[in-house]
Design a protein around this ligand. Structure first.
Ligand code: PMT
Length: 395
C-alpha cells in the first residue's frame, strides 16, 4: 500500500463514522489518502476529522477550495490510483449509474477513469429496491467493484442487509485491489471445509472445519489474478466472488469433483478436512432408537491427495496436515507419502490455530526437509504466504 493514492468519497449515511477508521488504517499502511465528501456526509462527520486523520485538505464544495487543487474534480480524479466510495447511499448509486454529476463527488466520479470500489450502506428495503439493484447491476457491468453490505442491526432500528462492512473488511478489499497479480494465467484448485459422511437421512459424521482457511486461500489466489476453482465441503461461509464454486458433501463426491478439474489446473491446495472413513451401509430410513448400543461399521475413504500425488504431471501439490501431536514428523510423512511440493502443518489443538478460528499457527515443510515456521497470524495472512510460495513454484 506504500505510496498508493486512494481517494475516498464519503456520502451521507450514518456509517460515515466508520470511514474515519478506514482512512486512518489506510494511512497507517502507507497510502496517501484524500477525502471528498457530499454536503450530507458533513452532517454525520466533520470534514475536519478526515483532515486531521489524513493530513490532507478535505473537499466538499464544487467551487470552494480552489487554493488546494486547480479544477478540483479533475485533479482529484487524476490523483487517485483507486477511488473508494464509502458509505455509498442509494442516491449516490443512482447518480453514478446514470452519469449525474451535481456535486463535487459525483462530478469527480464522472471525470475519473480510475478503478472504483463502492461500499453501499442503507436501509434493507432501499437496498433491495429494484431501482437500487438495477443501479448496482449497471455499475457492476462497467467493472465497478461492489463490496456487499453486511447484515445486522441498522441505524433505522431494523435488522437486515445494508450495514457498511467493518473497516478491516473495507481495507482488506482495498489491499486486495493492489495485490500483485503473480498468478495471472494460472488455474488453482482449492478445497475447503469438512466432508460429511451420512449415517442415515438425518445424521452424519462430520468434523469441526469451518472452511475459513480454504476460503481465504481461494480469495488470495483470486486476488493475485488466478482463475480459481473452490470445492467446498460443509461451511457456513459465503462463497467468495469471482471464482468457480462447487459444493460437495462427502469425501467420495469431493474426490469426483477434484479429479474432474485436476487435468486443467496448475496447482491444487487441499485444505479440506476430508473424512478418513465413511459409514459402510447408509441407512435409507432414520435409524430408530432401540438397543442400548449402536455399532456403525466404517470403511476407509479414498485419500484424494494421495491419488493426486500419483497422477501428478506438472501440477504443484500442496497439502495440509491437521495434527495434535508429533506435528512435524507426521506432516513430513504425509508430504512424502502423498508426493507433495510442500505441506502446511498446523497443531489443531493450539489456541488460535486450526478449526473454526480466524487465525492459524503453521509451519511449511518442503520436500528435502526445509521448514519455515510462522507465528500466529490471520488465515488471510497465512494464505498470502502459501499463495506466494505456489506462485514461485509456478514461475
Ligand atoms: O476450515 P477451518 O475451520 O478454517 O480449519 C482449517 C483446517 C484445520 C481444516 C486446515 O488448516 C487443515 O488442517 N486442513 C487439513 C485437514 C485434514 O484433513 O488434514 P489431514 O492431516 O487429515 O490430511 C492430510 C491432507 O490430506 C490434507 O490436505 C487433506 O485435505 C488430505 N486428505 C485427507 C484425507 C483424505 N481422505 N483425502 C485427502 O485428500
Amino acid at each position: 500500500m506504500l505510496n498508493k493514492n486512494i481517494l475516498i468519497g464519503v456520502t451521507g449515511g450514518i456509517a460515515a463514522y466508520k470511514v474515519v477508521e478506514v482512512a486512518s488504517r489506510l494511512k497507517k499502511l502507507g497510502a496517501n489518502v484524500r477525502v471528498m465528501m457530499t454536503g450530507s456526509a458533513t452532517e454525520f462527520v466533520s470534514p475536519r476529522t478526515f483532515q486531521e486523520i489524513t493530513g490532507n485538505a478535505v473537499f466538499v464544495e464544487m467551487f470552494g477550495d480552489a487554493a488546494h487543487f486547480h479544477v478540483a474534480h479533475v485533479a482529484l480524479a487524476d490523483f487517485a490510483d483507486l477511488v473508494l466510495i464509502a458509505p455509498a447511499t442509494a442516491n449516490f448509486l443512482a447518480k453514478a449509474a446514470h452519469g449525474i454529476a451535481d456535486d463535487l463527488l459525483t462530478t469527480t466520479i464522472l471525470a475519473s477513469d480510475k478503478p472504483l470500489l463502492i461500499a453501499p450502506s442503507m436501509n434493507t428495503k432501499m437496498f433491495l429496491n429494484p431501482s437500487t439493484q438495477e443501479n448496482l447491476r449497471i455499475l457492476k457491468s462497467r467493472g465497478v467493484k461492489i463490496l456487499e453490505p453486511a447484515s445486522g442491526n441498522l441505524a433505522c432500528g431494523t435488522v437486515g442487509k445494508g450495514r457498511l462492512p467493518e473497516p478491516e473488511e473495507i481495507c482488506a478489499a482495498v489491499e486486495k485491489f493492489f495485490a500483485p497479480k503473480i498468478l495471472v494465467g494460472k488455474k488453482i484448485l482449492v478445497t475447503a471445509g469438512g466432508t460429511i459422511e451420512a449415517i442415515d437421512p438425518v445424521r452424519y459424521i462430520g468434523n469441526r472445519s469451518s472452511g475459513r482457511m480454504g476460503y481465504e486461500i481461494a480469495k488470495s489466489a483470486a486476488n493475485h489474478g488466478a482463475e480459481v476453482v473452490l470445492i467446498s465441503g460443509k461451511s457456513e461461509l459465503e462463497p467468495p466472488d469471482g471464482l468457480k464454486f462447487l459444493k460437495v458433501e462427502s469425501a467420495v463426491e469431493m474426490r469426483e469433483k477434484v479429479l474432474s478439474e485436476f487435468d486443467s489446473v496448475d496447482a491444487v491446495i487441499m485444505s479440506a478436512a476430508v473424512a478418513d472413513y465413511r459409514v459402510k451401509n447408509i441407512s435409507e430410513q432414520k435409524i430408530k432408537k432401540s438397543a442400548e448400543n449402536l455399532t456403525l461399521e466404517l470403511v476407509k475413504n479414498p485419500d484424494i491427495l494421495r491419488e493426486l500425488g500419483g497422477l501428478k504431471k506438472s501440477q504443484v501439490l500442496v497439502g495440509f496436515a491437521a495434527e495434535t501431536q508429533n506435528i512435524l514428523d507426521y506432516a513430513n510423512k504425509k508430504l512424502v507419502e502423498k508426493n507433495l511440493d510442500f505441506i502446511v502443518a498446523n497443531d489443531v489443538t493450539a489456541e488460535g490455530a486450526g478449526f473454526g478460528v480466524t487465525t492459524n499457527i503453521a509451519s511449511i515443510i518442503w520436500r528435502g526437509g526445509k521448514i519455515e515456521t510462522f507465528p500466529k497470524m490471520t488465515k488471510a495472512d497465512l494464505s498470502e504466504k502459501i499463495i506466494e510460495r505456489v506462485a514461485d513454484l509456478l514461475k
